[in-house]
Each structure stands twice: as structure tokens, then as C-alpha cells.
Design a protein. Structure first.
Length: 632
């Protein structure tokens, strides 16, 4: 029979489909098995609609046969098969999908139990990525004659009459010879095919079978083994996530998670949902019980596995998870996604976005429920992934702060444990106007900060921020339930003073004005201002900052690789009630003691730096100044 040309725009189109659409050559096996499953589904549907007796699901299967010597790989199904005309239409025209046409023509209730996977008519041509030649021997159900389609690629194809027992389709791939760049022989190896089927087609609903070579003890021979071949079903067929939740135990979920995601610890939380609506899907997600070793590194890759009717489309679909929930592992299975022509590429449309939005809402809801009903488990989760939630609040200029604000926790000065914003607000005193916080390297260090004394004295609770991202996250959030966040180092703590207290403070500040201005001159541009402090109780001095950049934020930013160092507008505060102010005032009153004032000023500044965890400018001078005081 004369060779026919493909009914497509050009040979270049086929070349494009073979070489450019698919990222990995191994995908060909998934595509051909999916097509075989479609063919079986079509016959099963026909049996339901035409009341054909003698056909049941148990009779259907997909067979894989390897011939290493002749370098052929055969995929056989006992599905509906194709007539000569159907071979011409479906395989002679690139991007012509018989499956898509079948699905469009049969939209009724009996299709509910049918999964038509291939809809674009290009998956078959992926076979040419690994084959020099492909033959398709097919016999349509109810027909007497079989036909063979044969092609070596873009040069065209032939269709000839042939013979075949029973209905169905048999595709034979003549595998290419190996090259320096490609090992095509791997597709003739049992273990490799088993792995690919397990990876991509494990949940095809019909058994995928192959003769597998095994070994057993030889009869009558000690320590001798013989090899034999046995037909083995390679796929699980029924996805666990498609089973009724009532049939599954906690042990079932834990085993599946550990095997599927290579973790030795049980998950902290299982989220199994079936959603029906504009977009229907099933999701099975897990919150890990421990943090992956590389979670906070650039090597960690987020995403959920994406299936379409049980066929793996993407191993990690990042678009299904927001970054702040990137710790979640699991999968989504949907028939409703608009897949692109290769099933390997997704169209970024409203369906995928709708699924992602629902998944985000579901994860948030499950975490909130865990926080309310199992606090101990939530605290363990938070120890592993709390920082990620805080980064999520700050990221993208705080776009997701409202999603996460009820999930984050901080150490409380009064509770001596982690607390939420809602819990803090519920305990606020009637006269308290702000949510107070303090930053530092650890809770013990923060607890000793001079700036916290006044607030503690009034019984106001303080949140201790110990992670680098904390203050950035709070500044983006700005307020919670109408209560603004305020640092203990803020210029105005918002504490009501009596008229008498205000007048006394103003008079003391006026009396010390010249001294404070002189101290500012001594320190130069190291500080923006030197002033008296009413917030300090027992401590003589502290360092605070003006404006939006705090001293703790300064430290964090300066750890980053930048050409110029950043410095907050530092303010040196002197305790207005401490004896040190009297000593400074006396020395300043004497002209010949100005050198002493200079020394005291630098000592106090360096002390303030050390309290804040900052390095002193000149450690040698600081040490000598202390020694001078000791020998006086």
C-alpha cells in the first residue's frame, strides 16, 4: 500500500510534537497506557449503553511485553479497538483525538464511572521519542477484520489489512539504538518499566500486566536457585484517596504517607477531602510530623502531586500551594483540569486557581482547628514551621497577612509560653491601648531589657520577638482587631500620665537640656538624640530608635550582603530617676570636669550598645575607661 502523508500543517509539526512538547522521554509509556485505558473504558461504556452481555470490568487488562533481542516493546489492550477509518482519523491526523470526540458525544449519567484521559491526540506520537518505527495492530469490537498502521515518523504512514485474535489494540515500539547522550535500552528493562508504571500509571483502573522474571529455590538442590517467569500485575489500580474514608484507618494513612513521601515519621495531620462543584477534585494532604532536613534551603521544592483521573501529570505542582503552606505534602486528583496538549503542561486557568484557593482555605481551617482542639500537637507543628508562617505574613508586602495572623504565635512575658494575638487581646487591661512587643536574641535576654521595666510594672503583657522576621511581620500587620503594635523601645509608649507627672517630667527635661545637648555633641552622629527617660526604673540607660527602623531590624538588615551598612536613628535614654543623672549633672556643672562627662557619656553609650547586643565601637578604649574608674 502506498505511504500516506500525515494530515497536519507540515512534517515540522510532528517533529515539534515528538521533540519539544514533552520534557522527559519516559512520558511515552504513561501516554500509551492512558490511551489503552481509554480504549477499554469506551468498550465498557458501550457494554453499559447497549446492554452487551458477557463483558465485565474483570475481563479487561493492559499487557506489556518486552523483546530485548529484537528491541521491541509492546503495549496491548482488549478495549474497543479501531476500524480502518478510525485508524486513518485518529492516527493519520496529528492532534485528532478520538477520545475527545467520544467524550463530547456521550455526555450522560453513565459516563460518571468512565475516565477518558487522553483528549488531545498527541500522546500517541510521544512513542517516536524512543522508537524508530511504530506499528499499531487493531481490531474493532464486533468487526471481523483487523488493520495495521505503521510509521517511522514524519515521512508518513501505511495502513494494511491484517489478522488479530480478539478485539483491542496492540502497539509495538521498535526502540532506538543507544547513543552517547541517550540510553534507550532502559525501556527494554523490566525494573525500569515497573518503576515508570508505578510512578505514572499506578492508579489506572485496569490491571497492567507483564511477565516478570523471578527466582526460587531449585527443587531438590540445596543453595541452588532457578529463574522462572510469572505474569504480574504492576499497578495498584484503586487510588487510596478514592476509597471511602470510613474504610481507611490512621495506620493506612500513615503507611501511605511514609511510603509515598519517603518519611520515617508519621504525619502530624491528614487532610482528606472530596470536593464537587464547578471544579471537582479529591485531595489527600499531609502536614509532616517533622521538618524536612532541607526545608529552609534553596534545595527544597514545594508542590503537590497532580493527577488527572489517577494518572500522574506533575510530581510537584507548585501552583497548588502558596509559599507559606509549602510544608504540606500530598496530591490532588481531578478530571476537570484543562490540561494542555501534552498533559504535562497545565493551562493556568480559573480551574487550577479555584482548586488552589480551596486548598489554601482547607489547610488554614485544619490548622486553626488543631490550634483550638490539640494545642500540644499545634505547638509541635509550630516549632517546625512557624517561621514559614511569619515569612508568609511579611512576604509580598503583607498581601497574605490576614490569612495567617491567627496562626502565628509569640512568647508571652506573662504566660511564659507561646500565645496568639487573639489570646493576648483577650487578656489586655482596660486602660491598655497597644499590643506591646520587645525584640532580642532570646526570651531570657529580652526579659532583662531595661525598656520592659515600666510596662511590667503596670502589669502590661509583652510579646517577645526572637526570630529575625518577627518585627518585620508585625510592622506589615500593623494592628490586630484595632489594637496597634508598639515596641517597648518606641518614643511614646502610649501610657497615660497625670498632669502632675507630665509637668515634673517636662521641668526635669528642661533643667537637663544643656547637659543632654552636650552629651549629644560628645557622641556626634552615633546617636540622633540624648534624652531623659521615664520608662526606666532600675536601669541607668537604654538605647531606643526613632522612626520605622528599629535597632533589631538594623541588625537583621546588616547581616545581608549590602554595600552600605544601615543604621537606625539611635536615641540614648538616661534614667531620670537614677543616681547616674545626678553624677552627670554635678560633673557638668564644673568646667574642669567636662572630660569626666565625656568619659561617662561614652561609657553609658557603650553599655547601652552591649545591652542591645551590639558591638562597642572601641573595645580597648571602653576597657581602659572602666579601669580608670576602678583605680580612682
Amino acid at each position: 500500500m502506498a505511504k500516506k502523508q500525515f494530515k497536519a500543517e507540515s512534517k515540522r509539526l510532528l517533529d515539534l510534537m515528538i521533540n519539544s512538547i514533552y520534557t522527559h522521554k519516559e512520558i511515552f509509556l504513561r501516554e500509551l497506557i492512558s490511551n489503552a485505558s481509554d480504549a477499554i473504558d469506551k468498550l465498557y461504556y458501550k457494554s453499559l449503553t447497549e446492554d452487551i452481555s458477557g463483558l465485565s470490568r474483570e475481563q479487561f487488562s493492559i499487557r506489556i511485553d518486552i523483546d530485548e533481542e529484537n528491541r521491541t516493546l509492546k503495549i496491548t489492550d482488549n478495549g474497543i479497538g479501531m476500524t480502518k477509518d478510525e485508524l486513518e482519523k485518529n492516527l493519520g491526523t496529528i492532534a485528532k483525538s478520538g477520545s475527545l470526540a467520544f467524550k463530547s458525544e456521550n455526555e450522560d449519567e453513565k459516563m460518571e464511572d468512565i475516565d477518558i484521559i487522553g483528549q488531545f491526540g498527541v500522546g500517541f506520537y510521544s512513542a517516536f521519542m524512543v522508537s524508530d518505527k511504530v506499528t499499531v495492530l487493531s481490531k474493532a469490537y464486533g468487526e471481523e477484520t483487523a488493520y495495521e498502521w505503521q510509521s517511522s515518523g514524519a515521512d508518513g504512514y501505511t495502513i494494511t489489512e491484517s489478522e488479530k485474535e480478539g478485539n483491542g489494540t496492540e502497539i509495538t515500539l521498535y526502540i532506538k539504538e543507544d547513543t552517547d547522550e541517550e540510553n534507550y535500552s532502559e525501556y527494554l528493562q523490566q525494573f525500569r518499566l515497573r518503576m515508570l508504571i508505578k510512578r505514572y500509571s499506578d492508579y489506572i483502573r485496569y490491571p497492567i500486566q507483564m511477565m516478570v522474571e523471578k527466582s526460587r529455590p531449585a527443587s531438590g538442590e540445596e543453595n541452588e536457585y532457578e529463574t522462572y517467569s510469572e505474569l504480574e500485575t504492576l499497578n495498584s489500580m484503586v487510588p487510596m484517596w478514592k476509597k471511602n474514608k470510613n474504610e481507611l484507618t490512621e495506620e493506612d494513612y500513615n503507611h501511605f504517607y511514609k511510603e509515598k513521601f519517603f518519611d520515617y515519621a508519621d504525619p502530624a495531620k491528614v487532610i482528606h477531602t472530596d470536593v464537587e462543584g464547578v471544579v471537582s477534585y479529591t485531595s489527600l494532604m499531609f502536614i509532616p510530623g517533622q521538618r524536612p532536613y532541607n526545608y529552609y534551603s534553596k534545595d527544597y521544592e514545594k508542590g503537590l502531586q497532580l493527577y488527572s483521573s489517577g494518572v500522574l501529570i506533575m510530581d510537584k505542582c507548585a501552583d497548588l500551594l502558596p509559599d507559606y503552606f509549602s510544608f504540606v505534602r500530598g496530591l490532588v486528583d481531578s478530571q476537570d483540569l484543562s490540561l494542555n496538549i501534552s498533559r504535562e503542561m497545565l493551562q493556568h486557568d480559573r480551574q487550577l486557581k479555584a482548586i488552589a484557593k480551596r486548598i489554601e482555605k482547607k489547610i488554614k481551617g485544619e490548622l486553626e482547628a488543631m490550634l483550638k482542639t490539640d494545642r500540644e500537637k499545634y505547638l509541635e507543628f509550630y516549632k517546625n514551621f512557624g517561621i514559614q508562617l511569619k515569612y508568609g505574613m511579611y512576604d509580598n508586602y503583607g498581601a497574605n497577612k490576614d490569612v495567617l495572623k491567627d496562626l502565628v504565635m509569640f512568647h508571652s512575658s506573662s504566660e511564659k509560653a507561646l500565645t496568639t494575638f487573639a489570646e493576648y487581646v483577650s487578656r489586655m487591661k482596660e486602660e491598655q491601648n497597644y499590643i506591646y512587643y520587645a525584640t532580642g536574641s532570646g526570651t531570657e535576654a529580652i526579659d532583662k531589657l531595661p525598656q520592659t521595666e515600666l510596662l511590667k510594672d503596670k502589669g502590661f503583657e509583652i510579646l517577645y520577638l526572637t526570630d529575625e522576621i518577627d518585627e518585620f511581620a508585625l510592622q506589615v500587620l500593623h494592628e490586630y482587631e484595632g489594637k496597634e503594635f508598639k515596641s517597648v523601645s518606641a518614643e511614646d509608649l502610649g501610657i497615660e500620665e497625670t498632669e502632675e507627672e507630665k509637668a515634673a517630667a517636662e521641668k526635669q527635661a528642661e533643667d537637663s537640656k544643656e547637659l543632654l545637648e552636650y552629651m549629644k555633641e560628645v557622641l556626634g552622629d552615633k546617636v540622633t538624640e540624648v534624652r531623659l527617660s521615664q520608662r526606666l526604673k532600675s536601669h541607668p540607660v537604654c538605647l531606643t530608635a526613632k522612626g520605622g527602623l528599629s535597632i533589631e531590624m538594623e541588625k537583621v538588615l546588616n547581616q545581608m550582603p549590602m554595600d552600605e551598612k544601615i543604621q537606625a536613628e539611635r536615641v540614648l535614654e538616661i534614667n531620670a530617676k537614677h543616681d547616674i543623672l545626678e553624677a552627670l549633672t554635678k560633673a557638668f556643672a564644673l568646667e574642669d570636669e567636662r572630660a569626666t562627662v565625656d568619659k561617662y557619656t561614652n561609657l553609658l553609650y557603650n553599655q547601652a550598645l552591649l545591652i542591645e547586643g551590639l558591638p562597642v565601637d572601641d573595645p580597648v578604649a571602653f576597657s581602659n575607661a572602666i579601669c580608670d574608674l576602678m583605680v580612682k
